[in-house]
Design a protein around this ligand. Structure first.
Ligand code: ZN
Ligand code: ZN
Ligand code: FE
Length: 755
């Protein structure tokens, strides 16, 4: 921009999270302040401003304030400014949104769902506020449903689930009044308009405040109530009533997973859990995720956490309805309404069928456009770590490094477990919400549906498809079919390479020592990998070391029976006494596979130590082993000294890590073995990293894979590697488990098929 005198006119295009966060009203107010005339509008996924200013100085001040004072939930990826011919305008106005002229060339970003803000919260508890007191759907430009309510771009009321609710006169006035906080609040409503609350108990249907009061009464009486939320239904009940919680587990198909608990406020949480400042910030953030917190004491019925009470998943109300409910009842189990491993229920017809008249339903008539489960996070080494990334975070993008001439649109199919796919367009990667395990047919149906939904919404036409190398993954089958039907190239990426690449993508690294520890993934030699040391550079990957292969009975996904797994390890080491059935199957290779999995080793050790024999829910054995180690560390138990030993494989120099000493030491079930095992794993990582640093002259280490959800292990590894001068990188934007795999696939895919 050259220095200019007198009137100037510019076209400004802003990309980023600029829709659904109150951006246009903000631009309007700032324009007024600086005497700017012209228009602002949403076009597809971006905001465009036509600005006429009296002087160049006014204009630059206007741009500076946009950058500096942008709304809380917004994010500016880029601002493009180009001079245009002078035009005359007397005022500044917000104009009708436009569809894109060329959707393929544009990037679309959008706001995730935003939790009830403090101001809207104050309004619903304010008895003098006739229009908004006890308003179950209160929202404003900085809070309320967004992605779960979006039907199409651009973000206008007509394109949201609020399109069926005409505004009352008062709301309409607020919507049109520039000085009002709800100026252009697309999902605006009040007690006189908008959605309505209902409560169904057997054949009775209550409405409005009566519905609310009846539901509260039933919850107080120990009933289970299904409650419609933002991205689906919850099943709610008191965590103090063992009988009710047992009923809830039956309803969910005998689910074993610990239940999350919603609390009124952080001070109530702090009575039973430790909360660090970082955890508190996350608990009250607009994403309002479930945070796994260390328990101080467990006052709940033992069925709530299923006796695994090292951590409790805690969260705070994020809708007005939840805030009002929790004001009546201090805490509630809030678990996804579904049968274990099926998708979360979002529609009335499905919840009525599910409840079958046995549980009561608190619902409303605002449609949930797409299902989004609650996000689950933990804080380790002062940083946020995703376990499940969904509500409050989807569809926030991850920006990859610009790979020079490379640019294309990719579909990354992800994994079968905790599946989430990703779409890459230019350098912008959008990860879908957590969908679930694809072996469930309904979940797979949802996966397919979400892929076409994302394609349409974000106007992405993939030019190549990236998938896991596993020959029997449903996601790989899907990718193959998708690529075939559209005549697109298909790129297969090895599982553990993708895990490490997900960290490289996040931190924009080109070469790392990778430690990929997880339950299972298809390896380059056709065996099941999972305890891997990899040297990764750009899209290349070389295996430098791994856990010694064990021959395990069963299929690689059937990992429930830790006792059987333990038997296989022991038999392989020549330790176990006569287990005739397992022995003959192993000897004759009947339904066996070879694995270097660290996850399976955790299972086996937990079993040998008598801590847990069955994975009743995913990674239950590993989680209990972690809690046992934390307990031992907390009470100063001396760790049992045990170690992995390395032998370099003759020929290719790969380091093979042997665990026979681990089992020898654990068999007597000594005190301090759980702690000793964690330390031994950490020792092995340390030794291998030092070794690799010597051989490869590189100090950047990337840790990924589901095993690193183990907060105790992760913290110890990070500390010890950092003390040795390594730079340690981990996943902070996507989960380290298979839910983040699509990002690694994108990193590798763009390097192999970028055009
Ligand atoms: Zn608000
Ligand atoms: Zn109204
Ligand atoms: Fe994995």
């Amino acid at each position: 921009m050259a220095e200019q005198q007198g009137e100037v006119c510019y076209k400004i295009t802003i990309q980023g999270i600029v829709q659904g966060v109150g951006f246009r009203p903000f631009v309007y107010r700032e324009a007024k302040k600086f005497g700017i005339r012209g228009t602002v509008k949403n076009v597809a996924g971006e905001v465009r401003i036509s600005a006429a200013a009296d002087s160049f100085l006014d204009f630059t001040d206007f741009i500076e304030t946009i950058k500096k004072n942008k709304p809380a939930g917004s994010f500016i990826e880029s601002i493009a400014i180009e001079p245009i011919e002078l035009f005359t305008a007397n005022d500044f106005i917000i104009v009708e949104s436009m569809e894109s002229e060329n959707p393929q060339s544009e990037l679309s970003f959008f706001s995730p769902d935003l939790a009830l803000c403090d101001n809207c919260r104050a309004e619903i508890f304010d008895d003098n506020n006739i229009r908004r007191k006890r308003h179950y759907f209160n929202n404003c430009p900085v809070c309320g449903p967004r992605f779960s309510a979006l039907k199409a771009f651009p973000y206008d009321r007509v394109n949201t689930s609020m399109n069926v609710f005409p505004m009352c006169d008062d709301c309409s006035t607020e919507y049109k009044t520039p000085d009002n906080i709800r100026f252009h609040a697309e999902t605006i409503c009040c007690n006189h308009c908008g959605p309505e609350l209902f409560y169904k108990r057997a054949d009775n249907i209550y409405r409005g405040s009566e519905a609310f009061d009846e539901a509260v009464k039933d919850l107080h009486n120990g009933d289970i109530v299904a409650i419609k939320g933002i991205g689906g239904y919850h099943l709610a009940c008191s965590p103090y009533d063992a009988e009710t919680v047992r009923r809830l587990r039956l309803l969910k198909g005998r689910e074993k997973k610990p239940f999350a608990v919603m609390f009124r406020d952080t001070s109530d949480i702090s009575k039973i859990c430790e909360i660090t400042p970082e955890e508190e910030t996350l608990l009250i953030s607009p994403a309002r995720p479930i945070i796994l917190l260390k328990m101080k004491n467990n006052p709940f019925a033992r069925e709530v956490l299923n006796e695994a009470d090292g951590r409790c998943g805690c969260f705070l109300p994020y809708t007005p309805l939840q805030a009002l409910l929790l004001a009546e009842i201090p805490c509630l189990i809030m678990t996804s309404a579904n049968r274990s491993s099926s998708p979360i229920i979002k529609d009335e017809s499905a919840i009525f069928e599910f409840s079958n008249g046995n549980i009561n339903v608190l619902y409303h008539n605002r449609e949930i456009v797409r299902t989004i489960e609650d996000s689950v996070l933990q804080v380790v080494s002062h940083k946020l770590r995703f376990i499940r990334r969904a509500r409050g975070y989807t569809p926030l993008p991850v920006f990859l490094e610009n790979t020079g001439g490379h640019s294309s649109s990719l579909l990354c199919a992800g994994s079968d477990l905790k599946s989430a796919f990703g779409l890459l367009k230019n350098n912008v990667f959008t990860l879908s919400q957590y969908i679930g395990d694809l072996e469930n047919a309904e979940v797979f149906g949802q996966y397919e549906g979400e892929i076409s939904d994302f394609e349409n919404l974000f106007a992405i036409q993939p030019e190549a498809v990236i998938c896991d190398a596993h020959p029997r993954y449903f996601s790989s089958e899907f990718a193959k079919k998708f690529a075939y039907e559209r005549n697109l190239p298909l790129v297969k990426v090895f599982h553990h390479h993708a895990h490490i690449a997900s960290v490289m993508a996040e931190h924009r690294l080109s070469k790392v020592l990778g430690v990929a520890f997880d339950g299972s993934g298809y390896g380059e030699d056709g065996n099941i990998w999972g305890g891997e040391f990899l040297l990764c550079e750009e899209d290349n990957c070389r295996r430098l070391g791994h856990l010694k292969y064990a021959k395990i009975l069963g299929s690689d996904s059937a990992s429930e029976d830790a006792a059987k797994t333990a038997m296989c390890y022991l038999y392989g080491l020549g330790i176990t006494p006569d287990m005739s059935i397992i022995k003959s199957a192993l000897d004759h290779n009947i339904n066996t596979f070879l694995t270097s999995s660290m996850g399976r080793l955790f299972d086996a050790v937990a079993s040998v130590l008598g801590i847990c024999q069955i994975n009743g829910c995913e990674s239950e054995c590993a989680v209990r082993l972690q809690y046992a180690a934390e307990y031992e560390a907390k009470y100063g138990v001396t760790p049992v000294n045990m170690s992995f030993t390395s032998t370099a494989n003759i020929g290719n120099g790969t380091h093979i890590w042997d665990y026979s000493d681990i089992f020898q030491k654990c068999l007597a079930k000594p005190q301090g073995a759980a702690l000793g095992f964690h330390i031994a794993v950490c020792d092995m990582i340390e030794q291998m990293c030092i070794q690799m640093r010597g051989e490869e002259n590189i100090q950047d280490v990337a840790l990924s894979g589901g095993v690193f959800q183990n907060a105790f292990l992760l913290e110890m590894v990070i500390k010890r590697l950092a003390a040795l001068g390594f730079s340690v990188f981990t996943n902070e934007k996507v989960p380290p488990n298979d839910g983040g795999l699509a990002l690694g696939q994108a990193y590798i895919g763009i390097r192999r098929y970028g055009v």
